[in-house]
Design a protein around this ligand. Structure first.
Ligand code: CA
Length: 229
């Protein structure tokens, strides 16, 4: 249920009818409202026109690739996107995340795992009720509005980047091992792929550090990262 007490709406963009039928049935059984698009172009149109709480996106799609669909959705919306794909290599996984996906699940997957990840992302996407501001040096995070600014300049972060920054700020001047970051921000073991943490720290630095010259996030070699005030 969303904040309005309505069922969460999930868009499935998948060209294999066996998989989309199966997903549709399972998701409806869980109480979600589901729509299916069978090619990339239709999927993109539906993604941009409708109100979705989450999108499941196949990578190998006719008309428009899943990567491209992901990039274009991300240019317009912060809706959580979980990529589904037969590809398992790390470069592809990172490419998916680079395109703006929040998560990545290789096929074949266990439906229980997919449902668990969907719940994590829906929970995370819900706006925080905390009327709290966090700060570190000249950086401020408004938790209620999920706005971030540094030295008075507003910074736009994705949901995941915001969560990562929140973890850093709440633990400022403390070393955070990669495994801890993975567990706290992603909520589960991302198949032991802590390079995902490095990818996201790079995104975060490009937004909160690089433009301001004075880095807040520091690499602790062989361990992880630390936000130093
Ligand atoms: Ca496909």
């Amino acid at each position: 249920m969303n904040r309005m007490g309505e069922a969460h709406r999930i868009l499935v963009i998948e060209d294999e009818p066996d998989i989309s039928d199966f997903l549709s049935l399972e998701l409806k059984h869980e109480g979600y409202e589901v729509a299916v698009a069978a090619d990339g172009r239709t999927g993109l149109e539906m993604a941009l026109e409708g109100q979705w709480d989450l999108i499941l996106l196949d990578i190998m799609l006719p008309e428009l690739s899943g990567m491209e669909v992901c990039r274009r959705i991300r240019a317009a919306s912060q809706v959580p996107i979980i990529m589904l794909t037969a590809r398992q290599s790390i470069p592809d996984r990172v490419a998916g995340l680079d395109a703006g996906a929040d998560d990545y699940l290789p096929k074949p997957f266990a439906i229980e795992e997919l449902l668990a990840r969907i719940r994590v992302h829906l929970r995370r996407a819900r706006p925080s009720n905390e009327d709290e501001d966090l700060s570190a040096a000249d950086l401020t995070m408004h938790l209620s509005t999920r706005e971030v600014e540094r030295a008075g300049t507003p910074i736009t972060l994705t949901a995941r980047e915001f969560d990562l920054l929140e973890l850093f700020v709440r633990n400022k001047n403390r070393v955070l091992p990669r495994e801890t970051i993975l567990e706290k921000v992603w909520g589960y073991d991302f198949s032991g792929q802590t390079n995902v943490v490095d990818v996201y720290v790079r995104y975060l630095r490009s937004k909160i550090d690089v433009p301001f010259g004075k880095p807040l996030i520091h690499t602790v070699r062989g361990v992880g990262y630390m936000l130093k005030e």
